[in-house]
Ligand binder design. Structure first.
Ligand code: FE2
Ligand code: FE2
Length: 255
Protein backbone atom coordinates (compact mmCIF):
# COMPACT_ATOMS: atom_id res chain seq x y z
CA UNK A 1 0.00 0.00 0.00
CA UNK A 2 2.90 2.34 0.77
CA UNK A 3 4.51 1.67 -2.61
CA UNK A 4 1.71 1.39 -5.17
CA UNK A 5 4.17 1.87 -8.04
CA UNK A 6 6.35 -1.08 -7.08
CA UNK A 7 6.00 -4.54 -8.50
CA UNK A 8 7.11 -6.81 -5.65
CA UNK A 9 8.47 -10.31 -5.93
CA UNK A 10 8.91 -12.55 -2.91
CA UNK A 11 12.18 -14.46 -3.04
CA UNK A 12 12.47 -17.96 -1.60
CA UNK A 13 15.15 -20.61 -1.59
CA UNK A 14 14.70 -23.50 -4.00
CA UNK A 15 14.25 -25.80 -1.00
CA UNK A 16 11.02 -23.92 -0.23
CA UNK A 17 9.69 -24.60 -3.72
CA UNK A 18 9.46 -28.30 -2.95
CA UNK A 19 7.42 -27.69 0.16
CA UNK A 20 5.45 -24.69 -0.98
CA UNK A 21 2.23 -26.71 -0.80
CA UNK A 22 2.76 -26.88 3.00
CA UNK A 23 2.67 -23.11 3.36
CA UNK A 24 -0.43 -21.76 5.00
CA UNK A 25 -3.02 -21.09 2.30
CA UNK A 26 -0.51 -21.74 -0.43
CA UNK A 27 -3.03 -21.48 -3.28
CA UNK A 28 -4.28 -18.09 -2.16
CA UNK A 29 -0.72 -16.85 -1.60
CA UNK A 30 0.36 -17.93 -5.05
CA UNK A 31 -2.51 -15.96 -6.55
CA UNK A 32 -1.78 -12.84 -4.49
CA UNK A 33 1.99 -12.73 -4.58
CA UNK A 34 4.61 -13.21 -7.24
CA UNK A 35 7.21 -15.72 -6.08
CA UNK A 36 10.66 -16.36 -7.41
CA UNK A 37 13.25 -18.90 -6.32
CA UNK A 38 16.99 -18.96 -6.70
CA UNK A 39 18.11 -22.18 -8.34
CA UNK A 40 20.93 -23.59 -6.26
CA UNK A 41 23.60 -25.80 -7.76
CA UNK A 42 21.63 -25.81 -11.01
CA UNK A 43 18.69 -27.48 -9.26
CA UNK A 44 15.23 -26.19 -9.99
CA UNK A 45 12.62 -28.51 -8.42
CA UNK A 46 9.34 -28.79 -10.27
CA UNK A 47 6.20 -27.34 -8.80
CA UNK A 48 2.59 -26.76 -9.77
CA UNK A 49 2.83 -23.20 -8.50
CA UNK A 50 3.83 -20.33 -10.78
CA UNK A 51 7.22 -19.79 -9.18
CA UNK A 52 9.73 -18.16 -11.42
CA UNK A 53 13.35 -19.37 -11.27
CA UNK A 54 16.34 -17.07 -11.14
CA UNK A 55 19.52 -18.71 -12.31
CA UNK A 56 22.83 -17.45 -11.04
CA UNK A 57 26.42 -18.60 -11.00
CA UNK A 58 27.11 -20.62 -7.87
CA UNK A 59 28.82 -18.71 -5.08
CA UNK A 60 31.38 -20.87 -3.26
CA UNK A 61 30.62 -19.48 0.18
CA UNK A 62 27.81 -20.05 2.65
CA UNK A 63 25.80 -17.40 4.45
CA UNK A 64 26.99 -18.93 7.73
CA UNK A 65 30.57 -18.14 6.77
CA UNK A 66 29.62 -14.60 5.83
CA UNK A 67 27.89 -14.07 9.17
CA UNK A 68 31.11 -15.12 10.89
CA UNK A 69 33.01 -12.54 8.89
CA UNK A 70 34.83 -14.95 6.59
CA UNK A 71 35.31 -14.40 2.88
CA UNK A 72 33.68 -11.01 3.00
CA UNK A 73 35.15 -10.32 -0.43
CA UNK A 74 32.00 -12.03 -1.71
CA UNK A 75 29.83 -9.38 -0.09
CA UNK A 76 29.22 -6.16 -2.06
CA UNK A 77 30.59 -3.09 -0.31
CA UNK A 78 27.14 -1.48 -0.18
CA UNK A 79 25.91 -4.45 1.83
CA UNK A 80 28.91 -4.34 4.17
CA UNK A 81 28.26 -0.63 4.68
CA UNK A 82 24.68 -1.53 5.60
CA UNK A 83 25.88 -4.14 8.11
CA UNK A 84 28.12 -1.60 9.82
CA UNK A 85 25.59 1.23 9.77
CA UNK A 86 23.01 -1.05 11.40
CA UNK A 87 25.32 -3.13 13.64
CA UNK A 88 24.40 -6.35 11.85
CA UNK A 89 26.71 -9.35 12.33
CA UNK A 90 29.50 -7.07 13.62
CA UNK A 91 29.68 -8.79 17.00
CA UNK A 92 29.84 -12.20 15.35
CA UNK A 93 32.70 -11.03 13.15
CA UNK A 94 34.76 -10.18 16.23
CA UNK A 95 33.56 -13.12 18.31
CA UNK A 96 34.77 -15.60 15.70
CA UNK A 97 38.32 -14.24 15.96
CA UNK A 98 39.05 -13.82 19.64
CA UNK A 99 38.63 -15.91 22.82
CA UNK A 100 35.55 -15.35 24.94
CA UNK A 101 37.19 -13.09 27.55
CA UNK A 102 38.58 -10.87 24.79
CA UNK A 103 35.17 -10.77 23.14
CA UNK A 104 33.56 -9.64 26.40
CA UNK A 105 36.25 -6.95 26.73
CA UNK A 106 35.57 -5.84 23.13
CA UNK A 107 31.83 -5.49 23.80
CA UNK A 108 32.52 -3.57 26.96
CA UNK A 109 35.00 -1.24 25.22
CA UNK A 110 32.50 -0.73 22.38
CA UNK A 111 29.88 0.44 24.88
CA UNK A 112 32.28 2.71 26.72
CA UNK A 113 33.76 4.20 23.55
CA UNK A 114 30.23 4.98 22.41
CA UNK A 115 29.46 6.56 25.78
CA UNK A 116 32.53 8.84 25.62
CA UNK A 117 31.86 9.73 22.00
CA UNK A 118 28.24 10.59 22.64
CA UNK A 119 29.20 12.80 25.57
CA UNK A 120 31.74 14.57 23.32
CA UNK A 121 29.23 15.03 20.50
CA UNK A 122 30.90 12.50 18.18
CA UNK A 123 29.35 9.82 15.98
CA UNK A 124 28.03 7.06 18.25
CA UNK A 125 28.06 4.27 15.69
CA UNK A 126 31.56 5.07 14.46
CA UNK A 127 32.72 4.93 18.09
CA UNK A 128 30.93 1.66 18.81
CA UNK A 129 32.55 0.01 15.78
CA UNK A 130 35.97 1.31 16.77
CA UNK A 131 35.62 -0.12 20.27
CA UNK A 132 34.28 -3.41 19.01
CA UNK A 133 37.09 -3.98 16.50
CA UNK A 134 40.00 -2.45 18.42
CA UNK A 135 41.37 -5.85 19.53
CA UNK A 136 40.19 -7.92 16.58
CA UNK A 137 43.77 -9.06 15.88
CA UNK A 138 44.74 -9.57 19.51
CA UNK A 139 44.66 -13.35 19.15
CA UNK A 140 46.49 -13.43 15.81
CA UNK A 141 49.84 -15.24 16.13
CA UNK A 142 52.91 -13.02 15.69
CA UNK A 143 54.11 -14.97 12.65
CA UNK A 144 50.83 -14.16 10.91
CA UNK A 145 51.01 -10.50 11.88
CA UNK A 146 54.57 -10.09 10.70
CA UNK A 147 53.76 -10.12 6.93
CA UNK A 148 51.09 -7.46 7.48
CA UNK A 149 53.55 -5.26 9.29
CA UNK A 150 56.27 -5.82 6.71
CA UNK A 151 53.88 -4.84 3.93
CA UNK A 152 52.23 -1.84 5.53
CA UNK A 153 54.24 -0.36 8.38
CA UNK A 154 57.66 -2.04 8.60
CA UNK A 155 58.88 0.71 10.92
CA UNK A 156 56.63 -0.75 13.63
CA UNK A 157 58.42 -4.11 13.53
CA UNK A 158 60.80 -2.73 16.12
CA UNK A 159 57.89 -2.39 18.54
CA UNK A 160 57.18 -5.11 21.09
CA UNK A 161 55.01 -7.83 19.43
CA UNK A 162 52.37 -7.24 22.11
CA UNK A 163 51.65 -3.91 20.44
CA UNK A 164 51.49 -5.28 16.90
CA UNK A 165 47.79 -6.10 17.10
CA UNK A 166 46.97 -2.39 17.01
CA UNK A 167 48.84 -1.76 13.74
CA UNK A 168 47.61 -4.97 12.11
CA UNK A 169 44.11 -4.48 13.52
CA UNK A 170 43.87 -1.11 11.79
CA UNK A 171 44.74 -2.74 8.48
CA UNK A 172 42.54 -5.80 8.92
CA UNK A 173 39.53 -3.69 9.91
CA UNK A 174 39.91 -1.78 6.68
CA UNK A 175 41.01 -4.44 4.22
CA UNK A 176 39.45 -7.65 5.51
CA UNK A 177 36.27 -6.34 7.10
CA UNK A 178 35.73 -3.51 4.63
CA UNK A 179 35.31 -0.76 7.22
CA UNK A 180 36.84 1.93 5.04
CA UNK A 181 36.98 4.72 7.56
CA UNK A 182 40.36 6.43 8.05
CA UNK A 183 39.35 7.73 11.48
CA UNK A 184 38.47 4.25 12.70
CA UNK A 185 41.74 2.86 11.29
CA UNK A 186 43.69 5.66 12.92
CA UNK A 187 42.00 5.14 16.28
CA UNK A 188 42.70 1.40 16.26
CA UNK A 189 46.28 1.99 15.12
CA UNK A 190 46.97 4.22 18.12
CA UNK A 191 44.83 2.50 20.78
CA UNK A 192 47.68 0.79 22.64
CA UNK A 193 49.86 3.80 23.23
CA UNK A 194 47.44 6.69 22.92
CA UNK A 195 49.58 8.46 20.35
CA UNK A 196 46.78 10.16 18.42
CA UNK A 197 44.87 13.17 19.64
CA UNK A 198 41.99 12.65 17.24
CA UNK A 199 38.91 12.66 19.53
CA UNK A 200 37.75 9.23 18.35
CA UNK A 201 41.21 7.80 19.07
CA UNK A 202 41.09 9.39 22.52
CA UNK A 203 37.70 7.77 23.19
CA UNK A 204 38.83 4.24 22.38
CA UNK A 205 42.18 4.63 24.15
CA UNK A 206 40.42 5.70 27.36
CA UNK A 207 37.66 3.10 27.01
CA UNK A 208 40.25 0.36 26.57
CA UNK A 209 42.14 1.39 29.68
CA UNK A 210 39.03 2.04 31.78
CA UNK A 211 37.00 -1.01 30.82
CA UNK A 212 35.09 -1.92 34.00
CA UNK A 213 35.79 -5.61 33.29
CA UNK A 214 39.44 -4.98 34.15
CA UNK A 215 38.39 -5.19 37.76
CA UNK A 216 39.67 -1.96 39.25
CA UNK A 217 37.67 1.07 40.18
CA UNK A 218 37.71 3.30 37.12
CA UNK A 219 34.50 5.13 37.88
CA UNK A 220 36.07 8.56 38.52
CA UNK A 221 38.09 8.49 35.32
CA UNK A 222 35.09 7.30 33.32
CA UNK A 223 33.16 10.21 34.74
CA UNK A 224 35.99 12.60 33.84
CA UNK A 225 36.13 11.29 30.25
CA UNK A 226 32.41 11.94 29.87
CA UNK A 227 32.71 15.48 31.19
CA UNK A 228 36.03 16.42 29.56
CA UNK A 229 37.47 13.97 27.05
CA UNK A 230 40.81 15.74 26.67
CA UNK A 231 41.39 15.92 30.43
CA UNK A 232 40.37 12.27 30.82
CA UNK A 233 42.69 11.28 28.00
CA UNK A 234 45.66 13.06 29.57
CA UNK A 235 44.91 11.44 32.91
CA UNK A 236 44.65 7.98 31.35
CA UNK A 237 47.96 8.45 29.56
CA UNK A 238 49.62 9.59 32.74
CA UNK A 239 48.23 6.68 34.75
CA UNK A 240 49.39 4.22 32.13
CA UNK A 241 52.83 5.75 31.92
CA UNK A 242 53.16 5.29 35.66
CA UNK A 243 51.97 1.72 35.35
CA UNK A 244 54.43 0.92 32.58
CA UNK A 245 57.30 2.61 34.43
CA UNK A 246 56.57 0.67 37.58
CA UNK A 247 56.78 -2.63 35.72
CA UNK A 248 59.48 -4.13 33.57
CA UNK A 249 61.68 -1.68 31.74
CA UNK A 250 60.61 -2.98 28.35
CA UNK A 251 56.96 -3.30 29.32
CA UNK A 252 54.42 -2.01 26.85
CA UNK A 253 50.71 -1.63 27.10
CA UNK A 254 49.29 -4.76 25.70
CA UNK A 255 45.64 -3.97 26.10
FE1 FE2 B 1 44.52 -3.75 22.30
FE1 FE2 C 1 41.68 -3.83 24.42
Amino acid sequence: KEHPDCDFTFLVGSDQVEQFHKWKEADALARLVKFAAVARDGRSPRTKYPIHYIHMDPVPVSSTEIRRGNRLNYVPQALLDYFYANRLYCKEFVQSRVPQHRYMHSLSVARLTEQFATAAGLDANQAWLTGLFHDVCKAMPADRMRPWLEAVCPQELTMHPAAWHSYVGAQVTDRVFGIHDPRISNAIFHHVKGTSDDPLAMCVFCADKLDPLRGYDSYDLIDLCCRDLKAGFEKCRETNREYVDSHRKDAVWTN
